[in-house]
Design a protein around this ligand. Structure first.
Ligand code: FAD
Ligand code: UDP
Length: 378
């Protein structure tokens, strides 16, 4: 009999499988409907031998030393700082909006101090920052908001920024200096041999069995297990009792191009033209050398795999109802982006999973000697 059935072999499920097996000696069955481990972070070589991210660009960045050190047990790293350009008014300019963005867009040569004055002169100060529109117009005014954010957001979410929580566009900084990195986290690096290799190592413990191409509902009555860790959509788990939680989907169009380099940076955003939001060239992320190059276009979709929870207050209310059901189901732990309906990055999911593991240990879920030793340490 398995001690735990873990539904989903992405970051949430894999971290918990690894911890429970290696630290507590638990027997784990981890199951995924997909044909591979790694969840949305899965990468693989395409037919041309180029390492690609099947579900769009995944760039690892974190301020958490604990998370970075934890993952470092399973991979070496390749330093990588992410840079993005946006196609606006016929030019490719840095996003996050910074000094160079404004100078190039308007043919100016402002200094950082002058840019602060410029932003102050165009900003629409808001007393309460509530929506994703408020966040941007409050800082850089309506014109830059419309050039960079309004249409991209409408494409990505099929919703106006004024209908989305402030947390969505708050993900993207605004700068008055020339720093053109997308993230400023302390740790920014990619797994040296890719995410999938890292997941393989995490799940290589002899106590962990992996079952692919299978929905957990197919095996519930067939394979005995003790407790469950669930990382799929929370509304699905409860058979949509209160209705569907909205998740936004994407369609990925992958291509190989017969040239070593396609675009000047890893990601180019297209806020205003095209039906896709962005184009990613993977070789920048992976460091792979290859005479050809692999790119992916992202087309936002209403239907399809659930990729993004949609941050809006009514969705948070609906999630709360499901969360109450989850709280009343103590034999199942709900973890990860879909099961806790949070727009989390990979590092936040790892941190959440490590926290759940700590709680399992603290709850005295296990009486083995090893568990007691672990308890003494936390
Ligand atoms: P998932 O990776 O979604 O894993 C859940 C797994 O559960 C899936 O594999 C699914 O198949 C499985 N499952 C669901 N239902 C069932 C069922 N009934 N039975 C069996 N299995 C089931 N984060 C970053 O930090 N940096 C980035 O650059 C970044 N870029 C992203 C780009 C895109 C396009 C997307 C969509 C996300 C991005 N993320 C990024 C977020 C990142 O993908 C997530 O934080 C992380 O992968 C979530 O891990 P998870 O384990 O919670 O969920
Ligand atoms: N966004 C935008 N224009 C951009 C980049 C981002 O309007 O050029 C908005 C958009 O709403 C997007 C959100 O900011 O969904 C978060 O951007 P991020 O790059 O973090 O999106 P993710 O990588 O999670 O898809």
């Amino acid at each position: 009999m398995f001690d735990y059935l873990i539904v989903g072999a992405g970051f949430a499920g894999s971290v918990l499988a690894e911890r429970l097996a290696s630290q507590l000696g638990k027997k784990i069955l981890i199951i995924d409907t997909r044909s591979h481990i790694g969840g949305n972070a899965y990468d693989c070589f395409n037919d041309d031998g180029i390492l690609i991210h099947k579900y769009g660009p995944h760039i690892f960045h974190t301020n958490s030393r604990d998370v970075f050190e934890y993952l470092s047990q399973f991979t070496q790293w390749r330093s990588y700082e992410h840079r993005v350009l946006a196609s606006v008014d016929g030019q490719l300019v840095p996003i996050p909006i910074n000094l160079d963005t404004v100078n190039r867009l308007y043919g100016l040569s402002l200094t950082s101090f002058q840019l602060e004055d410029f932003f102050a002169s165009v900003a629409e100060p808001k007393e309460y920052i509530r929506t994703s529109e408020d966040v941007v117009v409050n800082k850089v005014g309506r014109e830059l908001y419309e050039k960079f954010f309004r249409n991209y957001t409408r494409k990505q979410w099929d919703m106006d920024p004024s209908e989305l929580d402030k947390s969505v566009t708050s993900r993207v900084a605004t700068r008055t200096n020339r720093d053109n990195r997308y993230f400023t986290d302390t740790y920014q690096a990619m797994p040296l041999h890719g995410f999938t290799r890292m997941f393989e190592k995490m799940l290589s413990h002899p106590n962990i069995k992996v079952m692919l191409n299978a929905d957990y509902r197919e095996i519930l009555d067939v394979i005995p297990f003790g407790k469950m860790i669930y990382t799929g959509p929370i509304d699905l788990f409860f058979n949509y009792r209160y209705g569907k939680l909205p998740y936004r989907s994407l369609e990925f169009k992958h291509e190989t191009i017969n040239t070593p380099v396609h675009q000047p940076v890893a990601v180019v955003n297209y806020p205003n033209e095209h039906l896709y939001t962005r184009v990613t060239e993977f070789k920048y992320l992976t460091g792979q050398e290859h005479p050809k190059t692999g790119i992916v276009y992202e087309f936002p979709r209403a239907q399809g795999d659930p990729y993004y929870p949609v941050p809006r207050s009514e969705n948070a209310e609906l999630y709360k109802k499901y969360k109450a059901l989850a709280d009343a189901t103590p034999e199942v732990h709900f973890v990860g982006r879909l099961a806790t309906y949070k727009y989390y990055n990979m590092d936040q999911v790892v941190a959440q999973a490590l926290m759940v593991y700590k709680k399992i240990v603290e709850a005295g879920d296990d009486t083995s000697e090893k568990a007691n030793r672990e308890l003494a340490r936390v």
